[in-house]
Design a protein around this ligand. Structure first.
Ligand SMILES: *Cc1c(COP(=O)(O)O)cnc(C)c1O
Length: 459
């Protein structure tokens, strides 16, 4: 039975960062050694957790193995033992802040903080050739927008590919204070049909603030924009954002207002572990969003220690369908951060996906994956098979920097250890993948790509 919203108690939002690790009641029973290791890793990778995650989502009888604990708390295995040791030594010796920061940064830079050409290739330019702040435009139909006020989260995921911005490695210059330049850009680019607000988590913003970004878009004459999407983990990390209080109701009205302009309002909800979908308040949040007219589409990466089993995905997809949400993407963990700890070989990712996919109805088979968001585009592992005696991965471009690549399949030599696109080689003795000549041309042009109505032009 769905609990009525007033029978679900709300709570005050309390967060704990690396400085407050020792204040978390549930950690008091851990031995000091473990806590010091966690503290050391939290210097390097993002850490922030709130009281809902601590009290409702983590199973404290099952740590360190509990997937929610792995998702939210730093683990020693996320760094190399000598890296953990180096930071521990500095913490134990009460080293000067500058010395600690220097060591921490050295480790952070060893973790490939900026993969997939995000800085160089995705930043769009205005008509004068100037970069437009706060936006990325990689796929023709969709522009990503990074509102300045939405660049943090209710809790951090240990595997986040945007981790550099949460540890202060990236400044926030790429985020935008207002959406006027976005509106200008969209007027010059009628090929764009979807705006995706992302972060961080835009749902960290009060509705009023969110409206300051969205109103100029809603009031502008942008007939081609068919959907506004918000990438968020708030339904998992802080579902009260949608269930309790004035601000929650104001957001539901905003959904109605966007729908009233004849557009889809989609929450791209990040759910990693089935536990996140099981609480009464999370289910109520999704129901309210759907009732208000939003589309809730669900996605997450496949992460070792967190959700690398078919049962978790099967149950999540089933629950999502039950709640009126739509399974959308299963991603492959990106090649950044603590990837050595989190990565799953592509063949296992394909197996887990297939096992889960085989146990749901067609209503949940809207999900696509496992998909790698890499420099040329989103590459899905479509199959593993043998062609004329050669074992191969069948890959498919489901999104691409050049629309000409979309929906094309291609083949890579089977590799049991491969966890990411850059470790794959073309099958059948071919020398390059279909996207490589085009990508080379973009890289050589240096300024990346420029979109125009009829397609891609290299600047
Ligand atoms: C995934 C992604 C999108 C959205 O792609 P859809 O397939 O339309 O959901 C847009 N831009 C970037 C950079 C992405 O990684």
């Amino acid at each position: 039975m769905l609990q009525p919203v007033d029978s679900i108690a709300t709570r005050d939002f309390k967060i704990f960062g690396k400085q407050q690790l020792d204040k978390i009641p549930q950690l008091q029973s851990l031995d000091p050694e473990t806590r010091l290791n966690m503290r050391a890793v939290a210097e390097v990778l993002p850490f922030r957790v709130n009281n809902y995650v601590l009290d409702e989502l983590i199973d404290w009888d099952n740590i360190p193995n509990d997937p929610m604990f792995q998702l939210s708390f730093p683990q020693p295995g996320m760094l190399q033992p000598r890296q953990v040791q180096a930071v521990r030594d500095l913490l134990a010796a009460n080293a000067p802040a500058a010395r600690l920061a220097q060591e921490v940064q050295r480790i952070q830079y060893s973790l490939n903080p900026h993969p997939a050409g995000q800085k160089s290739l995705n930043v769009p330019q205005d008509a004068q050739g100037q970069p437009v702040a706060g936006m990325q435009h990689k796929y023709r139909e969709t522009v990503l927008f990074f509102p300045m006020a939405g660049q943090t989260c209710h809790s951090y995921c240990t595997y986040c590919f945007r981790w550099p911005q949460f540890v202060g490695l990236d400044d926030m210059k790429f985020a935008s204070r207002e959406s006027d330049s976005l509106v200008r850009y969209l007027k010059e680019h009628p090929e764009v049909t979807s705006i995706l607000l992302t972060g961080g988590d835009p749902m960290i913003m009060r509705t009023e603030v969110l409206e300051q970004y969205l109103n100029p878009i809603l009031e502008a004459d942008l007939p081609n924009i068919a959907s506004i999407r918000i990438g968020t983990k708030a339904p998992a990390w802080w579902p009260y954002r949608f269930t309790h209080g004035e601000d929650a109701d104001a957001f539901l009205r905003l959904i109605e207002r966007v729908r009233g302009t004849g557009r889809d309002m989609a929450l791209m909800a990040h759910f990693s572990v089935k536990r996140e979908l099981e609480t009464a308040v999370a289910q109520q949040a999704i129901r309210r969003l759907v009732n208000a007219g939003a589309t809730v589409r669900c996605q997450a990466p496949l992460i070792r220690h967190v959700n690398d089993n078919a049962e978790n995905w099967r149950d999540m997809w089933r629950t999502q369908v039950r709640l009126g949400a739509i399974p959308y993407y299963m991603f492959v963990e990106r090649d950044t951060g603590a990837r050595g700890y989190f990565e799953v070989p592509l063949h296992s990712a394909y197996d887990i996906f297939t096992q889960a996919y085989s146990q749901v109805t067609g209503l949940a088979r809207t999900v696509r994956g496992p998909s790698m968001s890499c420099t040329p585009g989103k590459v899905m592992v479509e199959g593993i098979t043998e062609v004329r005696g050669e074992k191969v991965f069948v890959l498919k471009m489901i999104q691409a920097r050049d629309p000409a690549w979309v929906n094309r399949v291609f083949f890579a030599r089977y590799d049991e250890k491969a966890t990411w696109m850059d470790q794959l080689r073309p099958a059948f003795g071919e020398s390059e993948f279909l996207f490589e000549p085009g990508l080379r041309a973009m890289n050589e042009a240096g300024r990346g790509q420029v979109w125009c109505e009829d397609g891609l032009r290299v600047a």
